[in-house]
Design a protein around this ligand. Structure first.
Ligand SMILES: NC(=O)c1ccc[n+]([C@@H]2O[C@H](COP(=O)([O-])OP(=O)(O)OC[C@H]3O[C@@H](n4cnc5c(N)ncnc54)[C@H](OP(=O)(O)O)[C@@H]3O)[C@@H](O)[C@H]2O)c1
Length: 334
């Protein structure tokens, strides 16, 4: 099969062939869901950082093999080579990745899309860094699913896509990083900034590098993804004005409901976006968010105000979102 032809083969009447990269919390939860819904997909490859299993794989068997340790391999997986070998319809990317470069996720997604396949990712960094390459034209936008990358169980991407079709959305306002709300609540309750940050790490909800969450970059990346879903302007992460909560004054936090909020609006000159601390009025739709809950408010002349909030903060939520993308893409490919 030559490059670009994979897409021509319909999946109608048969489950899509899936190559899964990443067998951490999200990848394993994806396999659990696949095991609970037999017949919905055909797993043809599963890879971790060291090696891969290929063939007609049973999700439960892969989970057992992974529970026994790293998959056997010779120190790494060549994503392009594996994809060419197993010819999946859809590549599912749940690898851990570097926020600055988006790798190895970016290379996995490029290998999938460049060979004409569909891709699903749980990773925000490659999308925020390389939107144009991954989703910047209509053909690629149709072949990539990223519901898990900007809200996981919160269906923020689905709502953005629905609103884009229906109306001219003018702006969005969002709390998208559970860690920062958790830390701000702890500070409001009397903890120091340092103790509150350590608490988020101990609760297992912070990114491995806490500066990505607390510095506002996690929110900024998700705002870029939602803004680019809504509008064709190609917002780039570097153009977002970002400030976080690392140096926040604890006294200021205790004066009301203070949250780290990402905002984007479309103006005549293009999309402007920023991330920073805001004191929210009691009746603001995002003021009621607690703990690691997330939320987005979309505003536009026709829609008024549309609010989506909640969503469990757990790998299962992200895996469910990715699984939904797979089903949607498989339907679209048929
Ligand atoms: N956890 C959540 O609730 C959540 C929600 C939304 C989005 N996400 C995003 O989803 C991604 C995965 O999250 P996670 O919690 O599952 O992470 P994780 O538990 O750290 O697992 C990451 C997995 O990626 C594998 N990996 C790393 N480099 C690889 C490569 N080059 N090829 C193949 N596999 C590779 C690792 O292999 P080894 O097992 O060999 O180490 C591991 O299995 C993260 O980037 C995260 O930001 C997570």
């Amino acid at each position: 099969m030559s490059q670009g032809e994979a897409h021509a083969e319909p999946t109608a009447g048969r489950p899509p062939r899936i190559a899964l990269f990443g067998l951490g919390g999200v990848g394993r939860a994806f396999l659990e869901i696949a095991g609970e819904r037999p017949g919905t997909l055909r797993l043809v490859a599963a890879a971790d950082s060291r090696g891969a299993l290929i063939g007609d794989l049973d999700p439960g068997d892969v989970l057992e093999r992974k529970a026994a340790g790293h998959l056997a391999g010779n120190g790494g997986v060549d994503a392009g080579g594996l994809i060419a070998e197993v010819e999946p319809d859809i590549v599912v990317d749940t690898v851990s990745c570097d926020f600055a470069s988006g790798e190895p996720s970016l290379s996995i997604l490029r290998a999938a899309l460049d060979s004409g396949r569909a891709a699903v990712t749980a990773n925000k960094a490659p999308l925020a860094r390389a939107w144009r390459a991954l989703a910047g034209d209509a053909d690629r936008a149709r072949r990539i699913g990223y519901a898990a990358a900007a809200g996981a169980a919160l269906p923020a991407v689905a709502v953005a896509r629905a609103l884009r079709r229906e109306d001219d959305v003018a702006s969005l306002e969002a709390v998208l990083t559970g860690t920062t709300t958790f830390v701000l609540e702890a500070i409001a309750g009397g903890a120091s900034v340092e103790d509150a940050s350590r608490g988020a790490q101990a609760a297992g909800i912070a990114e491995p590098d806490p500066s990505i969450d607390l510095g506002g970059w996690d929110t900024a990346a998700k705002v870029v993804i939602l803004a680019n879903t809504l509008w064709p302007d190609g917002l780039e992460l570097d153009s977002v004005d970002v400030s976080g909560i690392e140096a926040i004054d604890a006294g200021e936090v205790r004066t009301g409901t203070v949250r780290l909020v990402g905002r984007a609006e479309r103006t005549a000159g293009g999309v402007c976006a920023r991330v920073g601390v805001l004191r929210l009025e009691d009746d603001h739709p995002l003021a009621r968010l607690r703990g690691s809950e997330k939320g987005v408010v979309f505003r536009g002349p026709g829609i008024g105000e549309v609010v989506v909030t909640g969503g469990r903060s757990h790998p299962r939520g992200a895996a469910g979102a990715a699984f939904g993308d797979v089903l949607e893409l498989a339907g679209g490919l048929a």
